[in-house]
Design a protein around this ligand. Structure first.
Ligand code: SF4
Ligand code: SF4
Length: 411
């Protein structure tokens, strides 16, 4: 364990024990800030850069032009351009670049905030904490840690599926029309916004299930704090985007949650179950590559089985494959009319902060999806109930009269 990790675990344990001073007196104040401060930093440098100026692999690794040469400091990260893909961290031989953690500020909130704090867990969570740890046990553990309530982001994926299916039904009328999925993966959206801007008219401006969940919680409980927990670093960047800011207060990774469970000695496998799934099978399957496209196709075919132009899906996972698919679209070699892109290979089960391997993760998600009582969002009574609480009587009314789940991709 290096000294930064030791400092992290010491501070996390002290925060969990609700100590006032959580850092040792001799700790480096910059490192203490990096671990305990809540800000928009995604990547930070822990030591001086020693690579020669003409050979800095982190600069080459960044497809987003966010790592800049910076005189005697070596490199600096432009946090406004960084999407949190972690490519620079992975190529740094000195281990000088680290990803930001947000768990210590969240533990502080759990002790000190006198309003509700909700956890929103990403669909890839099945099996991440061991085969015996069901989502019901995760709920119990999160409440034991101080969360007021726990929501499945897959239930919001259900509403976004309906939104994307309705957008397709409204906009795709002949063989020249096509749609790119807008929800779910921030890396895919960053790619389109930064590198393939000309395709934005084909992307409906829908928020991701994470943002939909945060906005819904805040619409129903304006004082609430919202904490998303998933396998993704890019979500830490997504929550700060100007048109999305405010919906989610903190993004944690499964690894950060696991660290907190370690220092608090909570054994999730031994905890009792808390409640049943609230999402449909199709919403749960957003967690792996192909899940979004399959969900939209199944739902559209149920919504409008007679439509003249049928939905033909195509998908790519991993940045190079997504770029290749987009280049095919631009070259007119579409071979489909609904396109799903996921930044990570395998989709979110292959996210950089997943704890288990992508194939094992997918098996657990599929088993959990199979246990859902609802095949599609249209069968899911929790979706209807949630919309009623927002003041809408039907899904159609909500999707046509509310802008709660819209976003401005041009901004
Ligand atoms: S995390 Fe990704 S986007 Fe951010 S600086 Fe590193 S390589 Fe660039
Ligand atoms: S595919 Fe990867 S980058 Fe995209 S949302 Fe999932 S974990 Fe995040």
């Amino acid at each position: 364990m290096d000294s930064l990790d030791e400092l992290y675990y010491t501070m996390l344990k002290n925060a969990a024990d609700n100590k006032k001073e959580i850092a040792p007196e001799d700790a480096d104040p910059h490192m203490v800030d990096c671990l305990a401060k809540s800000d928009n930093t995604l990547i930070f440098r822990t030591k001086p850069c020693l690579c020669p100026p003409d050979d800095r692999p982190c600069i080459d690794a960044c497809a987003w032009d966010a790592v800049k040469a910076d005189g005697e400091n070596g490199v600096t990260i432009d946090q406004t351009q960084c999407v949190g893909c972690q490519a620079c961290v992975d190529v740094c031989a000195l281990d000088a670049l680290k990803t930001k953690k947000d768990i210590i500020p969240v533990v502080r909130e759990l002790h000190e905030y006198d309003g509700p704090v909700y956890a929103l867990v990403a669909p890839a969570i099945s099996g991440q904490f061991g085969p015996a740890v069901t989502l019901g046990k995760v709920r119990t553990a999160l409440k034991k840690l101080g969360f007021t309530g726990v929501l499945e982001v897959a239930a919001f994926a259900d509403i976004l599926t309906l939104k994307e299916a309705l957008e397709f039904d409204r906009n795709i009328h002949d063989e020249n029309d096509f749609q790119l999925t807008s929800c779910c993966c921030p890396m895919w959206i960053a790619m389109i916004k930064k590198l393939y801007h000309q395709l934005l008219p084909n992307v409906p401006g829908s928020v991701s299930p994470m943002i939909a969940g945060g906005r819904t919680v805040k619409a129903l409980h304006p004082q609430a704090k919202t904490v998303f927990i998933g396998p993704c670093m890019a979500k830490k960047s997504e929550k700060n985007e100007p048109d999305l800011a405010g919906a989610i207060d903190y993004v944690l990774t499964y690894q950060e949650l696991s660290d907190l469970l370690t220092v608090t000695d909570i054994d999730m496998a031994s905890l009792p179950e808390d409640s049943l799934p609230h999402a449909s099978k199709t919403g749960i399957c957003y967690a792996y590559a192909g899940g979004v496209a399959a969900a939209v196709k199944t739902t559209l075919e149920k919504l409008n089985p007679q439509r003249a132009v049928t939905i033909r899906t195509r998908r790519a996972d991993g940045v190079p494959a997504c770029k290749a698919m987009i280049n095919d679209i631009l070259a007119g070699k579409r071979d489909g009319n609904f396109f799903e892109g996921m930044g990570c290979i395998g989709g979110c089960v292959g996210g950089p902060r997943a704890i288990i391997g992508k194939d094992e993760g997918k098996e657990h998600v599929q088993a959990y999806g199979d246990s859902s009582h609802y095949e599609t969002p249209m069968d899911n009574p929790y979706v209807i109930e949630m919309l009623k609480r927002l003041g809408f009587t039907t899904i159609e009314e909500f999707l046509t009269k509310s802008d709660l789940y819209d976003r401005n991709l041009d901004g």
